[in-house]
Design a protein around this ligand. Structure first.
Ligand code: G3P
Ligand code: CA
Length: 250
């Protein structure tokens, strides 16, 4: 199974339209769809009672009125938190979404690019995610509407073994030394795409990734000039907080 390729580059909305709305909330996802995103990037973790919840940080303080670790609270408690006011008082009714809710409310208006956040801290998160996807038969779509990524290569590999039909990718932090040929070969055994930080992305790197049979995404590009540059480079996907910065499609 390859990555969805009807459009290039895929417009990937980071944590929804996080430049306009509180990240990882329904308001942010709705805005991203309104602005024409092809995929919405989300961050998932597990609550204490094993629910897949959508929140970027391991702790609650930055984006909610709660305190402490996400993994120390049951979903019912997390659900009561205000996940919008930190951004603007107009969003005071926004809450932490569950992954199940997202599947029900976002598909098929946009695809979902799921990031497994520090998965080694949430044992069983890959199995839980795979279970939710299988329950809805979402792994059997002809054109994939879900993709999974992580900085944690081992977790990406595990997810690939559980669900070989779902495109998976590896996020790469900036490394001035670039990505070695050995690493690209190793990743190409299971990854469908590589998603390096934009500061590393060059036409040469794109070519090397393609030569290894993988697609090339980059994150998180919030400047129109840079988006144009990556559009001209024909990357396969660009992640942004501002999905309206992309060139209009004919
Ligand atoms: O899509 C890439 C990006 O989401 C990775 O970084 O910290 O925004 O989750 P972060
Ligand atoms: Ca992310």
């Amino acid at each position: 199974m390859s990555c969805p390729q009807s459009f290039s580059p895929l417009k990937i909305a980071h944590r929804g339209a996080a430049g306009y709305c509180p990240e990882n909330t329904m308001a942010s996802y709705k805005k991203a769809i309104e602005l024409g995103a092809d995929f919405i990037e989300i961050d998932i973790r597990l609550s204490r009672d094993g629910e897949l919840v959508v929140i970027h940080d391991p702790t609650l303080e930055r984006t909610t009125d709660g305190i402490g670790y996400v993994c120390d609270q049951d979903f019912a408690v997390l659900r009561q938190l205000d996940a919008g006011s930190w951004f603007h008082r107009d969003f005071k009714n926004e809450c932490i979404p569950s992954f199940e809710e997202l599947l029900d409310r976002l598909l098929p208006q946009a695809g979902i690019l799921i990031e497994l956040k520090t998965p080694s801290q949430y044992p069983g998160i890959e199995e839980k995610l795979a279970g939710e996807i299988i329950k809805r038969n979402l792994h059997q779509k002809e054109t994939p509407i879900l993709m999974v990524q992580s900085f944690d290569t081992r977790s990406v590999k595990k997810l690939h073994l559980l669900l070989p039909s779902i495109p998976v990718g590896v996020l790469i932090k900036h490394n001035p030394k670039g990505i070695s040929g050995k690493k690209l070969k190793e990743l190409s055994a299971f990854a469908h795409f590589i998603n390096p930080k934009q500061t590393m992305m060059t036409a040469k790197l794109k070519k090397r990734i393609h030569e290894h049979g993988m697609k090339t995404f980059t994150w998180t590009v919030n400047n129109q000039k840079k988006i144009r540059k990556f559009e001209r480079m024909n990357l396969d996907g660009i992640t942004t907080d501002f999905p309206d910065l992309f060139q209009k499609r004919p």
